[in-house]
Design a protein around this ligand. Structure first.
Ligand code: SF4
Ligand code: SF4
Ligand code: SF4
Length: 309
């Protein structure tokens, strides 16, 4: 039976997607909730529409028939003319242009939701969670950026008997992390580079706060998995992998396993639809040999490793 907690959670959140029946990001069959907004700007980001907290328009050029209806209804068309048809800075995300585009060339990413609304969607698949020992995973974007909403949702899920997981980049205040961890069964914690200068160059921020939060979380949460996107020429060198293995072994407690997430270019087309340019250009995917060498280093340190998530 649904509880009152969802109604009492108060805070609304901004999400950009809910995916049901996922077999990733935690055990069993899961519903994934994607929060909008992230403090990092990783160059390889596969969900660039998750970075801004505000709703944004994605433009599918191949579907556009050039009717001009979107431009006619846009309340900001004066200041957006230079960017048209892909609105950027001055777009309020009102969605008027999306509503009149019958060609389906415009999509609004991001909407405000209550805990109750999301919980109602999550609970539709309760039977599948029970049969598969699955549950709900909140990711993004960065769920700790909207930690009150995230904690409220996780709490409501737990009160309904569901397993809860969170995927975080770890760049958050201690209070946000502590609050969310109270309602989290499994923490998927991303580590991207062990050298803070390199980390800053590729993600926009140093790694000190992230490593500190990883230390704290490993002592606090029931179960923790480290995830590392493996990006050729960025963090796939042996020095970095050795440093990662050393950090996990020597400074974290009870990490269950390490998930290696090989580089892919799924974010490239989305950046174009947001009016930007993919910063990693034609970076080639990693060879299987490089992936095997990475997992070999981690396994040689006694860590359990999977490729994928
Ligand atoms: S932390 Fe994740 S969501 Fe945020 S910019 Fe990096 S890859 Fe994208
Ligand atoms: S309304 Fe849609 S199809 Fe018409 S110009 Fe705008 S984006 Fe293109
Ligand atoms: S979402 Fe609103 S402000 Fe942004 S381009 Fe469309 S109509 Fe204009």
């Amino acid at each position: 039976m649904e509880t009152d907690t969802a109604d009492a959670a108060g805070k609304n959140g901004v999400i950009f997607d809910i995916q049901r029946f996922s077999l990733h990001d935690g055990p069993g069959i899961r519903t994934l909730v994607f929060m909008k907004g992230c403090p990092l700007r990783c160059l390889w980001c596969s969900n660039p529409e998750s970075q801004s907290r505000n709703p944004q328009v994605l433009f599918y050029e191949e579907k556009c028939i050039g009717c001009g209806a979107c431009y006619e209804v846009c309340p900001r068309r004066g200041s957006l003319l230079e960017d048209w048809p892909v609105p950027r800075e001055d777009c309020t995300g009102c969605g008027c242009c999306v509503e009149v585009c019958f060609a389906g060339a415009r999509e609004l990413s991001g909407r405000v939701v209550s805990v109750r609304e999301v919980l109602d969607v999550v609970l539709r698949d309760r039977t599948f969670y029970e049969q598969s020992e699955g549950g709900v995973t909140v990711g993004g974007g960065e769920p700790l950026l909207q930690y009150e909403f995230t904690a409220g949702l996780l709490r409501a899920c737990r009160e309904n008997g569901l397993h809860t997981a969170v995927e975080t980049c770890g760049f958050a205040g201690k209070n946000a992390l502590e609050t969310v961890l109270q309602h989290t069964d499994l923490l998927l914690f991303d580590l991207k580079h062990m050298d803070t200068e390199v980390h800053k160059r590729y993600t926009g921020a140093g790694n000190e706060r992230i490593l500190e939060n990883a230390r704290f979380a490993s002592k606090t949460v029931r179960k923790m998995v480290i995830r590392m996107p493996l990006i050729p020429g960025v963090n796939s060198d042996e020095t970095n992998i050795e440093a990662l293995a050393g950090f996990i072994k020597n400074e974290l407690e009870g990490v269950e396993r390490v998930d290696i997430l090989p580089y892919h270019t799924m974010g490239a087309s989305k950046i174009t639809r947001l009016g930007g340019e993919y910063p990693l250009g034609d970076l080639e995917p990693l060879t299987q040999e490089r992936i095997d060498r990475t997992t070999g280093i981690l396994k040689s340190r006694g860590l359990k490793v999977t490729v994928g998530g």
